[in-house]
Design a protein around this ligand. Structure first.
Ligand code: VG1
Ligand code: CO
Length: 563
C-alpha cells in the first residue's frame, strides 16, 4: 500500500478542552482541519502496532471522520481498529471496549451534550488504555503537535462499510466492526442485581418508568437493558432512535433541555423518569414531583452501595470522590462510612488515576455525571440502573409503603442534612466580559478586599459573611501532576460556598458557570429540609451576584440555563 504524505499547515485553536476538541462542524469540515488533529493524535501516541477503538454518539460528520481515521491510522501503522457499527459507541461503552479488549486507546467522535447537525457541533476526544479520557500530559502533547504540523500521512483504500458487523481490512490494518450494545449489556448485568430489579418491577406496576434518549446514542442501549433484559414495555422508552442531529434538540439531560422527559413525567405521573445525553455519559433522575440533583444522586448511590452486587464482589467500596464544584453531600457519606474522599478538578479525567490505584469506587460531578470504577468514564445508564437497583432493594424491607425517589431523598436528608445546590450557566457571553469577571475575583482574592465583609440579601433578609476566597488547584495524589486555575471559590462563615468557573467545553465565545451551595443540617427538620431548591438558595444567589458584579461584567440579566 502506498503511503502518501499530504502537505498541510497548522490551524490555530486545536487545543482539547475539558473533554476533547469541540468546534462547529463547519470548522472540522475545512480542508485538512480534521486530518491535522488526527495526525497530531497519532504523533502523540505509539501508533505503530497499536489497537484502537473508534466510536461516538453518531452525530453528523461521524461516518466521514471514521473513514479519515482509517486512512490516517493505517498510514501511521495502526495494527487493529475496533469500530462500533455505524460509527456508534456510547462514551461508557467505548471505555468498556477499550478495557475489555485491552486496546491501547480509543478515538471518540462526540461533542457530548452539545447539539449536532451541519450547523452545530462536532468533537474528537482521545482516550487512553485504561479507558479514560487522556490526561493533560497527553492532550497538551497533541496540542503542541497541532501547532507545528506540516504534513499528514494517508493510505487510500476503499471506504469500509460501517453498517456490517465483521472483520475487514483497510490497507495493512485489521478492521473489526462490532455490535455497539452487546458488551455493554454483559457489563451491566455483571454489576447490578437484575433479578431483584425485575421482580420489583413485576410486582409494582404502579411504579412507572420512562427513559428518554433525547435521540442521542443511548436509545439502543436503553432498549436492550430496559426492554429486553428487564422486560419493560416499549412505552417505557422514548426518543430512543439515535439521529445525527438529535432531532434538532439539545441532548443535555437537565430540567431545561430534557423537557420532553419532564413534560411526559408530569403529564403521566411517572414515578421514575430518566434521561441521558448525546454520548450517553450523563444522566438525570426525575420522577413526578421529585428531581434528584446530581450531587445528591452520587451521594445516595454511595450511601446505598452495599445493595449493588459489584461493590460487594469487589470487596466493598474503596473510596469516594467528586469534582470541586459538586456539592459536599458525598463527603458526609464518606465520613460516616470511614472512606477516603477526594475533591478533583472538573472533568472525568481526574478520577482515572485514583481508580487505577484502587482508591476510588464511586464518584460524580454536579453536571449530571455519575459513575464508578467499572469503567473510566461517567455512565448515564449505569446511574439509572443503580437507582433502580437501590429502589428495588429499599422496597424489600418495606412491604407496606412504596419507597420511591421522594422517600429516598427524604431519608437521606434526615440522616445527613441537605446541601442545597444550583448552577447558573451564562452561555456564549463575550470573552472580554468573562475575563474581566475572573480578574475582578482574582483581585479580590489577592488583596483580601472582600474578606470578612457581610452581605445582606434584600429579599430574604439572610446575611452572609465571606470567610475565605481561593483559586482551586489540584495535585494528583498518584502522579503528582498539578492543575492550576480550576475555579474561584468564595466561602462563607455559615459553610455556604459559591464557585465561579469558565467552561472548557464550549465551541464559541465564553461560558461562565456559577455554582451555589448551602448546607442545612438534619436538625433543621423536615419542613426546612424539603424546601424548594431555588427558595433555599435565593438569598445566597443574590449575594453571589452582588459580590461578583457578574451581571455588569457579562452584560446579561439572566443565566441561559439553571440546573
Ligand atoms: C462540562 C461539565 C463537566 C463535564 C464536562 C464533560 O465541562 O461542567 O463537569 O465533565 O462538561 O461532560 P465544562 O468545562 O464545560 O464546565 V460531557 O457529558 O462532555 O462528556
Ligand atoms: Co456527555
Amino acid at each position: 500500500f502506498e503511503i502518501k504524505e499530504i502537505v498541510t499547515k497548522p490551524f490555530e485553536g486545536q487545543k482539547p478542552g475539558t473533554s476533547g476538541l469541540r468546534k462547529r462542524v463547519k470548522v472540522f469540515q475545512q480542508e485538512h482541519y480534521t486530518e491535522n488533529f488526527i495526525q497530531a493524535i497519532f504523533d502523540s501516541i505509539e501508533a505503530e502496532g497499536s489497537t484502537l477503538v473508534i466510536g461516538g454518539d453518531g452525530r453528523f460528520f461521524s461516518p466521514e471522520t471514521v473513514q479519515t481515521i482509517l486512512k490516517i491510522g493505517s498510514a501511521n501503522g495502526v495494527e487493529k481498529l475496533i469500530i462500533g457499527k455505524d460509527s456508534i459507541l456510547s462514551t461508557p461503552a467505548a471505555s468498556n471496549i477499550i478495557r475489555k479488549y485491552k486496546a491501547d486507546g480509543g478515538i471518540l467522535l462526540t461533542a457530548s451534550h452539545n447539539p449536532g447537525g451541519p450547523s452545530a457541533d462536532f468533537g474528537i476526544k482521545y482516550n487512553v488504555s485504561n479507558g479514560g479520557p487522556a490526561p493533560e500530559s497527553v492532550t497538551n502533547k497533541i496540542y503542541e503537535k497541532t501547532k507545528t504540523i506540516m504534513s499528514y500521512k494517508i493510505i487510500d483504500d476503499k471506504p469500509v462499510d460501517l453498517s456490517n458487523v465483521g472483520e475487514f481490512t483497510y490497507g495493512p490494518t485489521e478492521v473489526i466492526i462490532i455490535d455497539s450494545v452487546a458488551d455493554y449489556v454483559v457489563l451491566l448485568e455483571s454489576i447490578f442485581d437484575f433479578p431483584l430489579i425485575k421482580s420489583f418491577l413485576l410486582h409494582n406496576p404502579s411504579f412507572t418508568i420512562l427513559f428518554d434518549g433525547l435521540h442521542g446514542v443511548t436509545g439502543p442501549y436503553a432498549h436492550a437493558i430496559l426492554v429486553s433484559s428487564l422486560g419493560l414495555p416499549e412505552s417505557c422508552i422514548q426518543n430512543c432512535v439515535p439521529l445525527p442531529d438529535f432531532g434538532g434538540g439539545h441532548p443535555d439531560p437537565n430540567l431545561t433541555y430534557a423537557h420532553s422527559l419532564v413534560d411526559a413525567v408530569e403529564e403521566h405521573n411517572i414515578a421514575f423518569g430518566a434521561a441521558s445525553d448525546g454520548d450517553g455519559d450523563r444522566n438525570m433522575i426525575y420522577g413526578k414531583g421529585a428531581f434528584v440533583t446530581p450531587s445528591d444522586s452520587v451521594a445516595i448511590i454511595a450511601h446505598w452501595a452495599d445493595v449493588i452486587p459489584y461493590f460487594k464482589n469487589e470487596g466493598g467500596v474503596k473510596g469516594l470522590a467528586r469534582s470541586m464544584p459538586t456539592s459536599k453531600a458525598i463527603d458526609l457519606v464518606a465520613k460516616k462510612k470511614g472512606l477516603e474522599c477526594f475533591e478533583v478538578p472538573t472533568g472525568w479525567k481526574f478520577f482515572g488515576n485514583l481508580m487505577d490505584a484502587g482508591r476510588l469506587s464511586i464518584c460524580g460531578e454536579e453536571s449530571f455525571g455519575t459513575g464508578s470504577d467499572h469503567i473510566r468514564e461517567k455512565d448515564g445508564i449505569w446511574a439509572v440502573i443503580a437507582w433502580l437497583n437501590i429502589i428495588a432493594a429499599a422496597n424489600k424491607d418495606s412491604p407496606n409503603q412504596l419507597i420511591g425517589i421522594t422517600e429516598l431523598l427524604q431519608q437521606f436528608y434526615e440522616t445527613y442534612g441537605r446541601s442545597f445546590f444550583s448552577r447558573y450557566d451564562y452561555e456564549e457571553v463575550p470573552s472580554e466580559g468573562a475575563n474581566a469577571l475572573v480578574a475582578h475575583l482574582e483581585e479580590a482574592r489577592s488583596t483580601n478586599s472582600l474578606l470578612n465583609t457581610t452581605h445582606l440579601s434584600v429579599s430574604t433578609s439572610d446575611k452572609f459573611t465571606i470567610s475565605g476566597m481561593y483559586n482551586f488547584e489540584y495535585k494528583d495524589p498518584i502522579d503528582h501532576s498539578v492543575s492550576k486555575n480550576q475555579g474561584q471559590v468564595v466561602s462563607f462563615a455559615d459553610g455556604s460556598r459559591v464557585v465561579f468557573r469558565l467552561s472548557g467545553t464550549g465551541s464559541q465565545g465564553a461560558t461562565v458557570r456559577m455554582y451555589v451551595e448551602r448546607y442545612v443540617g438534619p436538625e433543621a427538620g423536615k419542613k426546612e429540609l424539603s424546601r424548594d431548591t431555588a427558595e433555599g438558595l435565593q438569598g445566597l444567589i443574590e449575594v453571589a451576584l452582588e459580590v461578583s458584579k457578574l451581571k455588569a461584567f457579562l452584560g446579561v440579566e439572566k443565566p441561559t440555563v439553571i440546573t
